[in-house]
Design a protein around this ligand. Structure first.
Ligand code: SF4
Length: 367
């Protein structure tokens, strides 16, 4: 039986693996053993499941595989971050970024192959949406990079790679449960962040999840007009509707909503913009990540000066909005989400280049 006709166990949760064991005449705890081997120990072949009876291992190997997305490319940055191009079972390709620091490492995972949201500053938008990723493909990105890097330090996960996570919410939440299960991958929920361009109805749905990571909102503008120009999704879910959803969001004690704000010189970086952002966030327990734009020379936008970023930060701080300056990682390795994937594909689906790439950053939650 070829690997194509065998089912991948990566993506199955404990209950599903218990059921699988039971269907094969094994006690439920055998399923839990498989779960621990795959997610906690990183087993990649049934030979490594030595706590299972040999006959069961053989039966499993006939019908199932333990497969991660395949690493097709790996580009290292001078700052130590690594951008992976991963191939999925059907040939779809996604990017995953690994950002090690002194006492922690951050993984930026993709939730979709391509994206339908069409933010004007994002290279992934040029691909259009190919398809949603499965929970196994999201957890598998993490497992593949962990197997490649063997991180010793604390691991954070951000779903800020390719795709809009809230448009693939059910699969994203199952992946989050796999990532966060202390009996499996064991990444604390406090160290997992899901980022959205502002899919308003899904924000409320996300807020009702029992097992819920942190939420970040990609804001990037201080007026409706400005946001619509950068993020056409704003026509469907306006800034006003987005902030209403944020105000209604059920924050836990001491939790804050993170607002990501990519600063572009002369576009959205004035003191007036900062004052408007402060007004918009009034009444929301929020913090703001200021991300100076990191674009290539071919693109028409530039990062603001450090003085401008500091001035913007001061306006927010004076209005008691915590604001942190976040420098993009991997600036020398096509740091923008989707660029590597785009470079590996034949034709983008939009002729116009975007104004500025999406940035991979280590957010406050990642610290
Ligand atoms: S920034 Fe995110 S939501 Fe917007 S097009 Fe890119 S991947 Fe999609």
């Amino acid at each position: 039986m070829g690997s194509n006709s065998r089912r991948n166990l990566v993506g199955m949760d404990r209950r599903e693996l218990e059921q699988l064991a039971a269907e094969r005449g094994q006690p439920a705890y055998r399923g839990r053993q498989i779960y621990t081997a795959i997610y906690a120990r990183g087993a990649r072949s049934f030979d490594e499941l030595t706590d299972l009876p040999g006959s069961f291992r053989e039966a499993l190997a006939q019908h199932y595989i333990i497969a991660y997305p395949e690493i097709k490319g790996r580009i290292a940055s001078r700052d130590g971050s690594l951008r992976y191009l991963l191939s999925l079972e059907d040939g779809a390709r996604v990017e995953t970024v690994y950002m090690p620091e002194d006492n922690r490492a951050t993984l930026c995972l993709s939730s979709q192959a391509g994206c339908a949201v069409d933010c004007r500053f994002c290279f992934t938008a040029l691909l259009g949406l190919e398809r949603n990723l499965t929970p196994g493909e999201m957890a598998g990105q993490a497992l593949a990079v962990i197997a490649d890097q063997h991180p010793k330090s604390r691991l954070n996960v951000v779903l800020m790679g390719m795709g809009e996570p809230l448009l693939n919410l059910k699969a994203v939440m199952k992946a989050v449960r796999l990532l966060a299960d202390p009996r499996g991958m064991g990444i604390s929920l406090r160290r997992i962040t899901v980022s959205t361009a502002g899919i308003v109805p899904k924000i409320a749905e996300f807020g009702r999840e029992a097992v819920r990571p942190k939420l970040a909102i990609s804001l990037n503008a201080s007026t409706e007009e400005q946001r619509t120009a950068l993020m056409p999704i704003n026509r469907k879910y306006s800034l006003q509707q987005l902030l209403k959803a944020c105000r209604a969001y059920p924050l836990r004690p001491r939790e804050r909503l993170t607002f990501e704000y990519v600063m572009m010189e002369g576009i959205n970086d004035s003191d007036d913009d900062a004052a408007r952002v402060a007004d918009l966030l009034c009444g929301i327990r929020a913090k703001v990540n200021l991300i100076p734009y990191n674009g290539g020379p071919a693109l028409p936008y530039r990062p603001p000066s450090l003085d401008r970023v500091l001035a913007f930060q001061k306006v927010l701080s004076d209005k008691e909005i915590p604001a942190f300056i976040r420098i993009s990682r991997g600036q020398d390795i096509m740091a923008a989400c989707g660029q590597l994937r785009l470079a590996s594909s034949a034709e983008p689906n939009r002729q116009t280049l975007p104004t500025t790439p999406q940035q991979c950053v280590a957010t406050p939650e990642c610290q």
